[in-house]
Design a protein around this ligand. Structure first.
Ligand SMILES: Cc1cc2nc3c(=O)[nH]c(=O)nc-3n(C[C@H](O)[C@H](O)[C@H](O)COP(=O)(O)OP(=O)(O)OC[C@H]3O[C@@H](n4cnc5c(N)ncnc54)[C@H](O)[C@@H]3O)c2cc1C
Length: 336
């Protein structure tokens, strides 16, 4: 295990912004994580996955620990389900492809989300009508201060829309070492969300399968979202605001075209992308920081933007959305 000092994180975050970590090391298992923690005994710690949900606005004066815990294995099977354990350092999309390739159902709608398995429970990743909470069985996590392993059941994780205990009550307290998923041997397909059925039709799919759905999702995502290898971003910068039904109705009276979806009892989820677009931000560029021209919810780095440039752009967007609609946008991206 190697400890690096004053280590550049530019290629370790998908926004591709410059940032120096005071210390950096990788761990492949619990023992290496313990050793890394002992080595410096620092309070300021950051567990890093693929860096696809982080915006660095300043250098990190602490110890960055990159999760490299690998391995995929079936740990249990019954008549209906297969239980698959994946190391926190496994690439998310490669893991999804592994399961889809074996015909196991549940992960296909979550294809092509950047990042690693260990970060997926943190914000309960979701796309195309599915969230990780729908297929997560348990999480094995290491308490960074108490130095011991705790297993969280699905219920313990207290999953909500882009939220979990790991992002709220236990923020920065645990390193997720592995996750067990409960996947269906006979898949139940979810094709009603977004443009999945149109894409399946366009692809002339005759027989529905998890592979066909994964391919459809991949095609749609490639057509709408920036590829982090080409254009820096962290995907959706803001969450879709959830409001009381009467607030949504008032907005609809004023703005009949407003886009929203049911979000539980007496709640509606507003499309943040629509709100931002209505304020004229879509495609706007301030220096090298920009609001993506195909999806206003995504902020991008055209090359040399700093974390502060992107933050400033996001604050301009938040102000105009509040001024026009009275809605406060909440950031989905972790700001550091
Ligand atoms: C183009 C693009 C599209 C995206 N689309 C989606 C989408 O459709 N849906 C969605 O939900 N998200 C999406 N995202 C956001 C992002 O991919 C996910 O949030 C992903 O789970 C982040 O994984 P990561 O490994 O990159 O996490 P990182 O960015 O490295 O970390 C994110 C947070 O999790 C913590 N963390 C990371 N790993 C661990 C661990 N093992 N243990 C404890 N804490 C940890 C970090 O400290 C940090 O606070 C998108 C991002 C991009 C760039």
């Amino acid at each position: 295990m190697q400890l690096m000092e004053n280590f550049s994180l530019k290629s370790y975050n998908t926004f591709n912004v410059a940032c120096i970590a005071r210390y950096f090391s990788c761990f492949e298992n619990e023992e290496q994580l313990q050793d890394s923690l002992d080595m410096l005994n620092m309070k300021n710690l950051l567990i890093l996955g693929g860096g696809s949900n982080i915006l660095f606005t300043k250098n990190f004066d602490g110890h960055v620990l990159k999760n490299e815990c690998k391995g995929i294995a079936v740990v249990h099977e019954d008549v209906d389900f297969v239980y698959v354990k994946a190391g926190g350092g496994e690439n998310w999309h490669q893991f999804v492809q592994y399961c889809v390739g074996r015909g196991w159902g549940g992960l296909e709608n979550l294809s092509l989300i950047p990042g690693n398995v260990g970060a997926a429970p943190i914000q309960n990743i979701g796309a195309y009508g599915v969230e990780i909470k729908d297929i997560l069985w348990s999480v094995e996590a290491f308490h960074l201060q108490e130095r011991k392993i705790k297993t969280f059941s699905n219920t313990d994780c207290n999953f909500k829309y882009r939220d979990s205990v790991f992002k709220s009550k236990f923020k920065n307290q645990f390193a997720i070492l592995s996750v067990i998923f409960q996947l269906r041997k006979t898949p139940v397909f979810s094709t009603n969300y977004g443009a999945i059925s149109q894409e399946l039709e366009r692809m002339q799919v005759q027989k529905l399968s998890v592979i066909a759905i994964a391919d459809a999702v991949i095609n749609i995502r490639r057509s709408k979202l920036p590829d982090p290898a080409i254009l820096g971003s962290a995907g959706s910068f803001f969450k879709n605001p959830i409001v009381e039904i009467d607030i949504c109705q008032n907005l609809k009276n004023k703005f009949p075209e407003i886009v929203f979806f049911p979000a539980g009892k007496n709640k509606m989820k507003l499309s943040a992308g629509w709100l931002i677009e209505q304020c004229g931000w879509k495609g706007i560029r301030k220096g090298d920081a920009g609001c993506f021209d195909k999806q206003a919810l995504v902020l991008v780095n055209y090359g040399a933007a700093s974390g502060i440039d992107i933050m400033n752009l996001s604050m301009g967007i938040e102000t105009s959305v509040f001024y026009k609609f009275g809605i406060r946008l909440e950031r989905e991206v972790n700001i550091l």
